[in-house]
Design a protein around this ligand. Structure first.
Ligand code: FPP
Length: 247
């Protein structure tokens, strides 16, 4: 039986978030530049997106470029931005074929105009697709997102649109860049690092965390299925006791 066949269809996570890590080390192991690793990372992005779409996972969020990544060498940042432009262009047809809707979160205004315009075009083109929603976190950090959300809440209070006593978790979630998207049930990080790195800190409150040693450019469908199988073997308690959950 293949790994895919072992999955229980009605216990798939509605939302999977991934920290795609290890591109630089993958390239270094091959005596190549870090950019070489990023280029090969695109194959893994395609495989996981297609696998998630095929399975019927509702949402896939990929950490593609963090706020902190702006401080990498300019050559690497420029190459990553070019790679985004070329990948979004070349993959739009595949997204359409797989009924995938593209979305982006992060400080989009800080991205080069070329990236902004390709993103907008692809988001518009795929907007009526009804399958997987693929969200790219670009120039994103969770603290940035929380600061933006706080500003919106304060503005609503100042404008008398919101009473302070009414501020609850739903209000805050509604001000996040991910408003309308369910919180991830599973977060995967590749490359053996065990950190959250400023990614979806609010949304990951009850997520199952899965870490594997595989470097991102080597991550394939079967690795994704393994993570999903691991998730399906876990008991999610949300603060309750194991006995309460089994009832
Ligand atoms: C982390 O590896 C990866 C990134 C910062 C960039 C991720 C980008 C891609 C996978 C390619 C393009 C993506 C899309 C969505 C088109 P790292 O560079 O930090 O690796 P290291 O930890 O080994 O140095």
């Amino acid at each position: 039986m293949s790994l895919k066949d072992e999955l229980i269809q009605d216990r798939l996570p509605a939302h999977v978030a991934i920290i795609m890590d290890g591109n630089g080390r993958w390239a270094k192991k091959r005596g190549n530049s870090r950019v070489f690793g990023h280029k090969h990372g695109v194959t893994a992005v395609r495989e996981v997106t297609e696998a998630a779409a095929e399975l019927g996972v509702g949402y896939l969020t990929l950490y593609a470029f963090s706020t902190e990544n702006w401080s990498r060498p300019k050559t690497e940042v420029d190459a990553l931005m070019s790679l985004l432009v070329s990948t979004i262009s070349s993959e739009t047809a595949t997204l359409m074929k797989n009924n995938v809707k593209l979305n982006a979160i992060g400080c989009k205004e800080s991205l080069p105009k070329g990236v902004q315009s390709k993103l907008e075009t692809c988001i518009e083109k795929t907007s009526t697709n009804t399958g997987l929603t693929l969200t790219l976190a670009l120039s994103y950090s969770s603290r940035w997102e929380i600061i933006e959300a706080v500003k919106k809440v304060v503005q609503d209070v100042k404008d008398n649109q919101l009473d302070v006593s009414k501020i609850d978790a739903d209000v805050i979630s509604g001000k996040m860049a991910t408003a309308g998207i369910p919180d991830p049930e599973l977060m995967i990080r590749t490359s053996g690092e065990h950190r959250i790195s400023n990614f979806l800190l609010w949304q990951l409150a009850y997520s199952e965390l899965y870490f594997c040693d595989i470097l991102w450019p080597d991550f394939r469908r079967d690795d994704f299925y393994r993570a999903l199988l691991d998730f399906q073997g876990r008991e999610r308690r949300f603060g309750k006791t194991g006995d309460q959950i089994k009832k």
